[in-house]
Design a protein around this ligand. Structure first.
Ligand SMILES: NC(=O)c1ccc[n+]([C@@H]2O[C@H](COP(=O)([O-])OP(=O)(O)OC[C@H]3O[C@@H](n4cnc5c(N)ncnc54)[C@H](O)[C@@H]3O)[C@@H](O)[C@H]2O)c1
Length: 280
């Protein structure tokens, strides 16, 4: 019997990562590049991924940055064509683009009649659509584009990024929570739908990691934790936020069909125990 060669099995694979300029996915991209994979870095803001491309290539890895809005089908198609002609078919798709919007966040956790600030009734249709759109359609549309390459390739898979808010609705962020719950459900749907053509679909559900999209909710301007930040730490048995490099082991495991070829439709929490802890 041979042991699975986790990271070696990703050598030369074409891995498309959306939101690759962000805090979590830039680390994921750099880690995957160390396996010998060719990492395609897609991000709405090009400068962010160009910087990551340069860092990876400087260390001897293979990476290419592309400006790409995951909500724009034409843009996805054009980038897909460029990737195919330069690097070949996509083996693994990591849907990392996501985020929040203050127009879809309430100021208070609980509604009271005398409350001040932005309430449930002040959330805007545009803000809610934008957050739901980015976090759900921003995964659906890249799947529609890149999964075509994977048909019949039994080493291929999709990795989505859910969240703790997908299991248990988090206060203040209804659109984000609903969209991440939809991602968990959609991951299971994809896993079933594409099972006959050899494509697996799994997800990770990170707990709390400081990133640009949530920094204002978790930290004050002076760097101290907000009330919400403190509450999260109290409810995370590990008693700290996660570090982006702590996602890598699970991502490599899920991406490697040698390591996880019979794993399909699962969502793995990476959360320092947040999901398991009842608070008592
Ligand atoms: N940070 C956390 O604690 C946490 C927890 C759970 C889940 N997540 C999820 O992890 C993923 C990565 O988030 P992050 O925390 O690194 O945030 P981030 O804000 O650092 O990264 C998100 C990236 O997505 C890009 N992006 C936004 N809209 C886009 C679009 N329309 N098209 C292409 N790119 C776009 C942004 O430019 C940014 O580079 C997201 O799906 C997020 O919801 C994060």
């Amino acid at each position: 019997m041979k042991l699975p060669r986790f990271s070696e099995s990703l050598n030369n694979k074409v891995i498309v990562i959306t939101g690759a300029g962000g805090v979590l996915c830039s680390t994921i991209a750099k880690g995957l590049a160390l396996t010998g994979a060719k990492v395609m870095l897609l991000n709405r803001t090009y400068e962010k991924v160009l910087k990551i491309e340069k860092e990876i290539c400087k260390d001897g890895g293979i990476a290419k940055a592309y400006a790409c809005d995951v909500l724009n089908k034409d843009c996805l198609k054009a980038v897909h064509e460029q990737i195919k002609s330069e690097f070949g078919l996509c083996d693994i798709l990591i849907n990392g683009a996501g985020g929040n919007n203050s127009d879809a966040i309430t100021d208070m956790e609980f509604y009271t009649e005398d409350q001040e600030g932005k309430s449930f009734f002040d959330l805007t249709e545009d803000g809610m659509n934008q957050v739901f759109g980015l976090n759900f359609m921003g995964t659906f549309l890249p799947c529609q584009e890149f999964v075509q390459d994977m048909i019949g390739n039994k080493d291929s898979s999709i990795i989505n990024i859910a969240s703790m808010s997908g299991y248990r609705s988090l206060t203040k962020v209804p659109a984000y929570s609903a969209a991440k719950a939809a991602i968990i459900n959609f991951t299971e749907w994809l896993a079933t739908h594409f099972s006959k053509v050899g494509i697996r679909a799994n997800a990770i559900a990170p707990g709390f990691f400081i990133a640009s999209q949530n920094e204002r909710l978790l930290k004050n301007e002076d760097g101290s934790l907000t009330e919400r930040g403190n509450k999260i730490i109290k409810n995370t048995p590990a008693q700290r936020f996660g570090e982006s490099k702590e996602l890598l082991g699970t991502i490599i495991f899920l991406a490697s069909s040698e390591a996880s070829g019979f794993i399909n439709g699962v969502v793995i929490p990476i959360d320092g125990g947040f999901n398991a802890y009842s608070g008592v």
